[in-house]
Design a binder for this molecule. Sequence first.
Ligand code: FAD
Ligand code: NAI
Length: 508
Amino acid sequence: RFLKWTWRAMYLSAIGGTIYVGYGIYQGRTPNQQFDPDPSKKTLVVLGTGWGSVSLLKKLDTENYNVIVVSPRNYFLFTPLLPSCTTGTIEHRSIMEPIRSFLRHKKAAVKYYEAECTKIDYEKKMIYINDESEIKGSTSATEVPFDMLVVGVGAENATFGIPGVREHGCFLKEVPDAQRIRKRIMDCVETATFKDQSPEEVKRLLHMVVVGGGPTGVEFAGELQDFFENDLRKWIPEISKNFHVTLVEALPNVLPMFSKNLIEYTEQTFKEETIDIRTKTMVKRVEETYIEAEYTDASGKKVLEKIPYGLLVWATGNALKPVVKDLMSQIPAQKDSRRGLAVNEYLVVKGTENIWAVGDCAIANYAPTAQVAAQEGAFLARLFNQMAKTNEIETELAELSNVQEKASSKPVRDEAFGKIKDLQKRLRRVKNIGPFEYSHQGSLAYIGSEKAVADISWLTGNLATGGQLTYFFWRSAYLSMCFSTRNRILVIMDWAKTQVFGRDVSRE
Ligand code: FAD
Ligand code: NAI
């Protein structure tokens, strides 16, 4: 009897799941009729199509504003799975969601300009935009006025002015970065197997150096080692002896934001995977074929060491974008802020009334993560929806007060009075939106060989766990967080493809 009920439950969940997925696909492909944007409404300009801005746009009632989105990237990128694209575990298009199809599903149409905002003029309430794409029309630079502005432009890769990083290193922030890394890995491998290559050169070409032991560096190093163990070693056995991954970190340990036992677990796992971790080692200079790194030897003396590399991936965190730096220089209240736009508890850029900032470009005392950016964006959407409702109620109240004043008969005055009371109550409720509060759900990172680490907020405490079970949790958590049903299906298909056929070792 138990078995019968279990089968029934499984059967029903399979049907339910199919209907859910089917509906997701149908909805994704069939947008409804949209209202045109109303130019008489306030112009809300949103910069960027990343975690912060898209989360805002997802929840924003666009019919309340004249919404304009400006970003050089016409898609949203699910960054947590980007390290998997560097080795082909996942194809990059599986984690991209076109901004056009997303915006087409909003109730009122939203204008989108594929452009980079080069300057924000706070006084003039104007942004200046440039079409940076390869194909240019008769206009490629123009300006857009705004009543309200949300800055969600993210951050740049930090190099700390270390010479040679931009020329010789690969970053890992955007899709072209992942594509470049994937190509370079294979280029190094093929060049290393070129006829008559000297043994030192083979060693250098097959030395993959990752600088920065934050989650980006750790996840990439894990993915790269997987690629070698599961695929490269099989198809190109002659590289087996020399292929080597080294992670260089200036601090005494990797993943500083994780619990101590997870740091130890990660370092131990890397040791087993034969990834070299060089902690307390600071890279000072980058040349085409080697890096210069400083470490302190056993006697306490500082030593400068040359480390040859074939591929160098630079993942040392975030720096300010020029457009953000420029905006900060226009606002006296921002003069002491160094790492980004200082915002108040409602995410208003300090020193302004009509500019908000979300995500990596804003400094609100939280780590620059997707989780924070998404929550900030969702908060702003709620705030803007409430602001629009407030305006609507206030206009209605003004009209009713007029009616009440001018009414000659008592019943009409009483009716208006009753409505005013109700509206005032609603207004108090609507206006009562608290400040932004971040709710930390936990941190997750993939560390290679089908293992992950997780620091999860659990009831009142914290659960720190690592291993293969955590890896399945990591997979299901990121799958559920993917932007759309389409993304979810594509990622599952990529994982299955990798499992069945292995990763593709073609160079392009
Ligand atoms: P972004 O998502 O970077 O978006 C910025 C947007 O602004 C982009 O659309 C860009 O094109 C646009 N833009 C840039 N310049 C301009 C301009 N001048 N004018 C107009 N638009 C502009 N966080 C987690 O919480 N969990 C993870 O697992 C995780 N994994 C990560 C893995 C990698 C490889 C990386 C690089 C980051 C990861 N992060 C993760 C961090 C997370 O991606 C960032 O914190 C998050 O993307 C920040 O969101 P954002 O909206 O501020 O910026
Ligand atoms: P990070 O700022 O977290 O780490 C960079 C590391 O590089 C630091 O540990 C720093 O000590 C080291 N470093 C800096 N200069 C160096 C040098 N010259 N030589 C050697 N080491 C040097 O940067 P990361 O990993 O790029 O992450 C950026 C943000 O994105 C973080 O907030 C992170 O939490 C988030 N993120 C989260 C992920 C996750 O939750 N799984 C994955 C990737 C990023």
